[in-house]
Unconditional design. Structure first.
Length: 178
């Protein structure tokens, strides 16, 4: 994998633009990666629901949980499916709305300076080898494009939003990706 610095996209990856993005603040350096875990509805894997959420097209009538989150506006830069397939929703030079109210090492608003990567999964299920391989390849490409992203600048959603978020969960193997 390689990041095209002009477009902010991973080469060879399917790109589907999400409306849940905007410009990063002027002069902001990208230096953090936030790893998330997601399943929709919670605990259910597969299906079109994660992408529909990210694209703002989640039908509230399809599941009671969807009705509860109908006004949620979220996106990640990347989604890594259980199969290891990678989809990009936001160019890396733009701000994806993934971390919400968040802070890392005293700096608030993590969306301003981070890249968000969603892994299809849940807190109580191990992630797949294909997901770790795809994540490692994406991280290698990101570290080349953004040298400030060092191994200690790879964190979980639970790290930047403690008490509010638990993902990617206790079964995520940090050593495997660091």
């Amino acid at each position: 994998m390689e990041v095209d610095r002009e477009t902010g996209l991973l080469r060879g990856v399917r790109f589907v633009p999400s409306p849940h993005q905007d410009d990063r603040p002027e002069g902001t350096d990208v230096d953090l990666v936030v790893v998330h875990g997601i399943s929709l509805p919670p605990g259910e894997l597969g299906g079109p629901w994660i992408e529909r959420l990210i694209l703002g097209r989640l039908p509230p009538e399809e599941h009671p949980y969807f009705a509860a989150i109908r006004d949620l506006r979220v996106a990640a830069h990347l989604l890594i499916r259980r199969s290891g397939a990678v989809v990009q929703y936001v160019p890396f030079h733009r701000r994806a709305w993934h971390a919400g109210t968040s802070a890392w090492e005293g700096q608030e608003r993590c969306n301003d300076y981070s890249i968000g990567i969603e892994l299809e999964g849940s807190d109580d299920l191990p992630y797949e080898g294909a997901q770790y391989r795809a994540l490692a390849a994406a991280l290698d490409a990101l570290r080349t494009a953004y040298p400030a992203i060092t191994p200690d600048r790879l964190v979980g959603h639970s790290d930047v939003a403690p008490g509010r978020k638990t993902d990617p969960g206790p079964l995520f193997d940090w050593e495997r990706v660091r």
